[in-house]
Design a protein around this ligand. Structure first.
Ligand code: SAM
Length: 217
């Protein structure tokens, strides 16, 4: 597996530039995996939900539609992405949400705060060596029995899926720093149970959806 080529310090710069065109890309190549992630999370109205790396709010607006009476928190490193998420959230009809700048490595929430944590297309830009640290942070803020659902760029199952990894090798920034990752073994090592993985390809872009429930280590 290729390791991340974009340091954390450059992420905000890259996503500030990508923000205006992000939704078009995301709807064309990632929307089905994002939908499936929310299906697996099975959010019930009234739950405490955190989305880490909300981006422009494509999943967050759906979370608000499902959970108008619950608590909905969203964080992202990049303010330019959050501004777009804020616009979508403002149209949702609920005021039960908060969006703010935050870092997945150091979540500003007490232990056992959430029933559900959603995180899409973020691990694929983090260094592999940081996966256990960030997953442990996700686990910390989830309650026992809490559900984690995530989507990331995956290794393609067909020859034509490989084009994206080749683009990444030429210019990581063109893909927003995202490369293929595989999260399921990491989830299990971090104490998530009833784990599952699904693979999807949309317009040749390969994604994996992974799901797990907080169990005892
Ligand atoms: C490819 S976008 C995905 C956005 C959104 N989750 C989606 O699926 O549309 C990656 C996002 O991760 C955010 N990000 C990267 N590293 C982060 C970190 N350490 N903490 C919080 N957000 C981060 C970036 O700012 C960017 O908005």
């Amino acid at each position: 597996m290729l390791d991340a080529q974009i340091e954390k310090g450059r992420v905000v710069d890259i996503y500030r530039k990508i923000a205006p065109s992000y939704d078009l890309w995301a709807r064309l190549t990632e929307s089905r995996a994002r939908d499936r992630c929310l299906e697996l999370a099975a959010i019930q109205n009234g739950e405490d939900v955190l989305e880490v790396a909300v981006g422009t709010g494509l999943a967050f607006e759906r979370i608000l539609a499902t959970n108008p009476s619950g608590r909905n928190e969203g964080i992202d490193l990049t303010e330019a992405m959050l501004i777009r998420a804020q616009r979508k959230a403002a149209r949702s009809g609920t005021k039960n949400y908060r969006l703010r700048v935050g870092d997945a490595y150091d979540l500003d929430f007490p232990d056992d705060s959430f029933d559900v944590l959603i995180n899409n297309y973020m691990f694929d830009l983090l260094p592999q060596q940081d996966f256990p640290t960030v997953l442990a942070e996700f686990r910390r803020v989830l309650r026992p029995g809490g559900r984690l659902a995530m989507v990331n760029m995956a290794k393609g199952e067909r020859w034509y899926n490989g084009i994206w990894q080749r683009i990444y090798r030429i210019s990581p920034a063109l893909l927003g720093g995202c490369r293929s990752v595989s999260l399921l073994p990491q989830l299990e090592a971090c104490g998530f149970r009833q784990t599952r993985r699904e693979y999807m390809s949309q317009l040749t872009f390969p994604s994996e959806i992974v799901f797990g429930i907080v169990g005892d280590l």
